[in-house]
Write a protein that binds this ligand. Sequence first.
Ligand code: PGA
Length: 246
Amino acid sequence: MTNKYMYFIANWKMFGDSKTLKSLGNVIKFVKENKNKKFKIIYCPPSTLITSMSKSFAKSAIQIGGQNCHYEKNYGAYTGSINAKMLKDAGAKYVILGHSENRQNGEDDELINLKAKNSINEGLNIILCIGETFKEKKNKKTFSVLSKQLKIGLKNIKNKKKIIIAYEPVWSIGTGVIPNNEDLFKTIKFIKKKIKYLSNSVLYGGSVNNKNINELKKIKNLDGFLIGGASQDVKKFIDIIQKTYN
Ligand code: PGA
């Protein structure tokens, strides 16, 4: 871990309902009791919970993010979609873009770039997910894939301060398999060199849990974690944060 603020971002995916919110009291308490630690916690629930979560976290340092949004700036006839303006209005300060689960459903780098530009113009911070598939890794294409995702995804974005990168190898999402520390260090170093703006935080995501965090936290250039499955359980999520600092 670096000496910057460490991010712990909870990506709830399509999980969670009003009952789940009750468990959040523990994380609010935890954050209050650990004010002296340099971390930022961001919850990215499904859109249905953004407003109620914002209310739950109103007096806490915990912030909210959306999991995706439409590229269109204005309101429009896009059934089932929400845009950055709506996310902001509901209480979000961040939005995850380019998650591989959405890339697999047809989102390409150009579309992700439109979303990124519009989200930043609306004042949101973006968490841009990039990562290679197992086949690309096997064919030694990791760096070229990441370069392309960064180059097109971040094209013509002037306000660089609002960008966080999450390196999420597709083969480690939800599989329990994580890259080894040496590979991860090299990949994060490569990403940081590519984006050139050293102040941007680069996170790792993919099967992070309260067991492998003891290894992952040793990686010196990582600025935090994007956590899926393990973030849905408040105890496990808090455990991950605590272990990072122990
Ligand atoms: P996981 O998901 O932690 O369940 O692997 C991470 C993600 O998809 O962001």
